[in-house]
Design a protein around this ligand. Structure first.
Ligand code: SF4
Ligand code: SF4
Length: 237
């Protein structure tokens, strides 16, 4: 079968069907300069995500049965061949405050864990970032996986700093998402990122924020009333 990797065509024995095996075969036998990343080889580390026939996939768990095009993740700078530079995405996690900031001593129940279990399974594969069309017009968008992580920490019973977390995702965050759902479709962990962003929008409205697209009284995000009675309740929606 014909395999095109980064615009270069290779002929591969049909017995090899796993994408990572194919890339390894090409590197050993046909092009030893081909660059790609992998780690666990079992769909856990998220480092081997590539675009297969136009859709983001983990190379180590994806099998093919015919001619195939393999490209690097989209909307991220390329370092070489299938290796992308994801350093900027880590900045977006910081921007979204998608981490535990002020830790409470509250005892964690199974119910608390269940609320954040799915989002905690994110393997940082960058597939959702690659699929998101908003980055084509707004590179400053916080983006899907940083927002789904923000949702995870907003619902974390250990987090005491929920108000600031909700503040952090207003500008270039939840309201810039078009809710197209592309990110949810490609997530290998089945995280419904679009739904998490919708929940963050609902949570924001319930806590006094407004969608700037529908607001006549707010020109910029800096216009929010800092004296607002926040009354944060992540369980309130
Ligand atoms: S739902 Fe939002 S975050 Fe996800 S791909 Fe679409 S615009 Fe991007
Ligand atoms: S949310 Fe899903 S698609 Fe996005 S980085 Fe995490 S595991 Fe990958």
């Amino acid at each position: 079968m014909k395999i095109i990797v980064c615009e270069k065509e290779y002929s591969i024995d049909e017995k090899v069907t796993n994408i990572l095996d194919i890339l390894t075969y090409i590197k050993i036998n046909l092009n030893n300069s081909l660059a790609f990343r992998y780690g666990c080889k079992s769909g856990v580390c998220g480092s081997c995500a590539v675009v297969v026939n136009g859709v983001e996939k983990l190379a180590c768990v994806e099998n093919i049965d015919g001619n195939t095009t393999i490209k690097p993740l989209r909307r991220l700078p390329s370092i070489k061949d299938l290796v992308i530079d994801s350093s900027n995405i880590k900045n977006k996690l910081m921007q979204a405050e998608a981490f535990l900031k002020e830790k409470s001593n509250e005892k964690i129940t199974q119910e608390n864990i269940d609320k954040i279990d799915l989002q905690s399974n994110c393997i940082l594969c960058n597939s959702c970032y690659s699929s998101c069309p908003v980055f084509d017009i707004n590179p400053d968008f916080i983006g899907p996986f940083a927002l789904t992580r923000a949702y995870r920490y907003l619902n974390d019973a250990k987090e005491l700093d929920s108000k600031n977390k909700l503040d952090a995702i207003q500008k270039t965050g939840i309201w810039d998402c078009t809710l197209c759902g592309a990110c949810s479709l490609v997530c290998p962990q089945n995280i419904d990122i679009k739904m998490d962003i919708m929940n963050l929008q609902n949570m924001s409205i319930q806590n006094g924020y407004e969608n700037p697209a529908f607001s006549s009284s707010v020109d910029t995000f800096g216009g929010f009333d800092s004296n607002i009675n926040f009354g944060f309740n992540p369980n309130g929606f």
